[in-house]
Design a protein around this ligand. Structure first.
Ligand code: F6R
Length: 242
């Protein structure tokens, strides 16, 4: 695992966008793994800028979201299908048919999770997975206690995560309790993983994931086992590193 400490989110966005750009110039049909949440937003803005300004081409890209809420209609503004389109994929030339999000409205949840895993495999696997990290160390929505070998499945959000995400919904009661998420085993299959974290509220999670034991208590610590994991943090998020 390589940890890079940068002055702020602008520099993080620029470095992460450089990695995406280098991949697309080498492999125009690359498979991207996309995180939602606030931290990656400057990366998506930087990529949208490079698409407009430098003609960075996404026409052959396939993309897979990390997770989705269960029980929100697909057209709900906070469903991750909507968020990922609004914040990124609709701002570049990725074909909507090439953007895959777990189906949180499916009647048969295990079948929907299997279809999602199959779609990743059929695309040839994820080349570059972008990740944020929760204050409890989750990646995707693999909350503390998640199996390190898990695949896409339904999970229950812990109260801390629901509280953290209530800022998107107006109030806590609106935040779904359940999600579909890529498993830790699914995430580990990506060929390169870039995790981004900013702000002092992420300092403990960053310390645990980079310096703690590999443990399901901090799901992100599993990235210590990944052969090509890059962690981009600002100084506040790095402030508890030894
Ligand atoms: C979102 C996701 C989550 C977030 C994490 C951090 O798709 O998988 O793991 O990355 O909750 O969210 P922010 O960046 O909003 O602090």
């Amino acid at each position: 695992m390589e940890v890079v400490i940068l002055p702020g989110s602008k520099q993080i966005a620029s470095l992460a966008a450089d990695a995406v750009e280098a991949l697309l110039r080498r492999k125009p049909g690359a498979v991207l793994g996309l995180a939602t949440g606030s931290t990656p937003l400057p990366i998506y803005s930087e990529l949208a800028l490079r698409h407009e300004r430098d003609r960075l081409d996404f026409s052959q890209v396939r993309a897979f979201a990390l997770d989705e809420y269960v029980g929100l209609p697909a057209d709900h503004p906070e469903s991750y299908r909507q968020v990922i389109a609004r914040e990124f994929t609709a701002r570049v030339n990725i074909s909507p048919a090439n953007v895959h999000v777990p189906d949180g409205a499916a009647a048969d949840i295990p079948a929907a999770c299997q279809r999602f895993e199959d779609a990743i495999r059929d695309a040839g696997g994820v080349d570059l997975q972008l990740l944020g990290v929760g204050t409890d160390g989750h990646i995707g929505f693999n909350e503390p206690g998640s199996s390190l070998a898990s695949r896409t499945r339904i999970k229950t959000l812990i109260e801390q995560t629901r509280r953290d995400n209530s800022r998107f919904f107006g109030n806590l009661a609106e935040v779904p309790h359940h999600v579909l998420t890529q498993g830790l085993g699914t995430i580990l299959d990506a060929r390169h993983v870039i995790l981004v974290a900013t702000g002092a509220q992420k300092a403990q999670a960053v310390r645990d994931l980079a310096e703690g034991p590999v443990s399901a208590i901090c799901a992100a610590s599993v990235l210590q086992l990944h052969p090509h994991a890059t962690v981009l943090v600002d100084e506040a998020a790095a402030s508890s590193l030894r």
